[in-house]
Design a protein around this ligand. Structure first.
Ligand code: B12
Ligand code: SF4
Length: 449
């Protein structure tokens, strides 16, 4: 069969992101099938895209839906209309069944099926796409495969994929070339899953709660392939790279052993690492640490069910700083437990974080399958049957997101390192310009004061 996989993610904010999920989906497809991957970034317009679909003439089309929206109250973007157009163009060009998947789809499968003219969806890990192909080919019922749904069937969350996880990186594809030219950043996964219970977070639902660690040598081998393909920076996409200290140090050491010499970065929890943790990682090429700090008030951290306290944030920050790393902290204001005093407390503590960038998201998006959903229902902020596909944000009783944004803008307008959201269009334009001039990587280090 001819299988077309499409990355529908057009977003360039804060920068374009390599469609890693499709490398995993395609790796599972047996070699008797012909697989083509289209990245929407590679097409000048939707008509040339439709022309390419027609020319390939697929038997099945899989569409990867990464983002539903940008979760940023300061500049809300909602992508469903783009996806409607994309699928309309696929339908114009082909009669093949259309199958949806991806992290955005997995959060809202039934809602997305309702909005888009697709035949099937696969909730969760796309490694099961292979079973789906097999079912279609052999006229079996695809709905018997865990996670597969249609518009008519109800959603059942599949268990995490427990078999081998393999990636098929395409060094010579046009898509890879696009990311190398626009920032030089490719990405890598070193594990899946998160066992924590932070009240707002979708990651344990998307990736499962069970941690599945990949072999450090294999990850390092892929990292080396990315480097050899021209990558100038690697982002590790794990929920929290340091949720297993021993494994993450093994990965870092394996990078060095495999001759990975380009810088890399990842998300980290500002928890309580061994004294030499950041030094070991820095010695193996780690350059950027992105801390999921969320708040600098212990009251709020407890309400968000974070596993660390403000003192741990300060210690992690100091250790990363001493290891000469670039540091960013993500803050998430206005969730349960936030009030005027906790907001002020966070600002006071934020002043103590030197040489860093703060990305301040003001408003917590409510997602299904989270504790925040239950809290919002209990407080009468949402109806349990309401669709949350179009973003709905939690409102704490004592302070609003508008007040938070205004206070930050009024008081700290001179601070280029205190960024609201991920910086919006202005920052994305600036990053694009710098990429054109040959800069590479996430570039937020340029804002550090
Ligand atoms: C790492 C990450 C980032 C990094 C990416 C860095 C990089 N260079 O790669 C950074 C920080 C830049 C980032 C930015 C953003 N992100 Co982000 N990010 C993630 C994260 C943690 C992992 C994504 C990833 O690569 N996973 C690894 C790959 C292998 O998994 P995958 O793509 O999901 O693919 C698997 C399955 O989904 C499935 N699959 C994928 N495609 C297909 C297709 C078919 C047909 C099938 C069957 C299956 C299938 O199979 C794959 C293998 O199992 C996810 C959360 C999560 N845990 O998933 C959020 C997530 C994707 N991000 C999200 C958002 C919103 C954003 C931003 C808009 C935030 C912002 N305002 O800046 C931007 C958008 C950037 C862009 N240009 O698109 C949301 C999207 C949901 C939503 N509300 O729309 C997520 C889900 C987090 C959340 N809030 O819930 N992000
Ligand atoms: S915020 Fe981080 S640690 Fe908490 S559940 Fe989500 S991925 Fe896990």
């Amino acid at each position: 069969m001819k299988i077309l996989l499409i990355s529908a993610n057009k977003s360039v904010q804060p920068y374009p992101v390599y469609p890693l999920g499709l490398d995993y989906v395609s790796a599972q497809i047996p070699s008797q099938h012909e697989v083509e991957i289209f990245d929407i970034h590679d097409f000048e317009d939707m008509n040339s895209f439709a022309g390419a679909v027609k020319k390939f003439s697929p038997d099945i089309v899989g569409v990867s839906l990464r983002n539903i929206d940008n979760t940023d109250t300061s500049d809300i973007k909602y992508y469903i209309k783009n996806y409607q157009l994309l699928i309309h163009k696929v339908r114009e060009a082909s009669d093949a069944p259309v199958v949806l998947g991806g992290s955005g789809f997995t959060i809202f499968p039934a809602e997305v099926m309702n909005e888009l003219d697709a035949d099937y969806g696969i909730i969760g890990e796309g490694e099961r796409f292979n079973f789906f192909l097999d079912a279609l080919e052999n006229k079996k019922n695809p709905l018997e495969i865990p996670g597969v749904i249609t518009r008519e069937s109800s959603e059942i969350i599949p268990p995490p994929w427990n078999e081998k996880i393999e990636r098929k990186f395409r060094p010579d594809s046009t898509s890879t070339g696009f990311y190398i030219k626009n920032g030089g950043m490719l990405n890598l996964q070193s594990k899946r899953g998160c066992a924590f219970n932070c009240i707002y977070c979708t990651y344990p639902h998307i990736e499962g709660k069970k941690l599945r660690l990949f072999a450090p040598d294999e990850i390092a081998k892929t990292a080396r392939e990315l480097q050899d393909a021209g990558a100038k920076y690697i982002f590790i996409t794990d929920s929290a790279f340091n949720c297993n200290y021993a494994h993450s140090m093994e990965v870092a050491k394996a990078f060095a052993k495999a001759g990975v010499s380009i810088p890399w970065g990842a998300f980290f929890a500002p928890s309580n690492p061994p004294d030499d943790y950041y030094r070991i990682l820095a010695d193996s090429g780690l350059s950027h640490v992105e801390f999921g700090t969320e708040s600098l008030s212990d009251t709020v951290l407890a309400a968000y069910r974070k596993s660390f306290k403000v003192k741990d944030v300060m210690r992690s920050h100091e250790l990363a700083l001493k290891s000469d790393l670039y540091i960013a902290h993500y803050l998430l204001f206005n969730g349960p437990g936030e009030d005027k005093s906790t907001f002020e407390e966070t600002l006071v503590n934020a002043e103590k974080l030197s040489y860093t960038v703060l990305f301040m998201f003001c408003g917590m998006r409510i997602y299904p399958h989270t504790e925040l959903f239950d809290i919002a229902v209990r407080e009468g902020q949402i109806d349990p049957s309401q669709s949350l596909l179009e973003p709905v944000f939690y409102n704490s009783a004592d302070i609003t997101s508008e007040e938070i944004i205004k206070t930050i803008q009024d008081r700290y307008s001179d601070r280029s390192n205190w960024v609201i959201g991920s910086g919006g269009r202005k920052t994305a334009r600036l990053i694009k310009m710098m990429y054109k001039q040959g800069y590479t990587g996430p570039l937020w280090e340029q804002l550090i004061q």
